[in-house]
Design a protein. Sequence first.
Length: 106
Amino acid sequence: MVRFWDPYSLRRESFPALLGHQGEVSVLAMPHRQDRSQPLLVSAGADSTTIRVWDCYAAEEILRLVTGAPVTTLAVQQSDATGTDGNQPTVVFGSPKGIAAAAVHL
């Protein structure tokens, strides 16, 4: 579970909790998308073999990548290329078995 706390009121959450990971969430990234008004979050855990992309306002999972290995590092690289699909990010991740990257359509 991922929770967002309001920094001005420690007892209030600023977004709904994101439910889906079975173990600890150990890595997070927030891609910057000028064409989206809602914030997105990318999350993964060392006990999990999934990377999840979330719509923070709706608390909905919008994409799941199955990696086949526990994820220990995570980054999101925004593309510089412009095409018919616009700028699509690349999710770069690492595990004890190596590193990989996946271009995703969000």
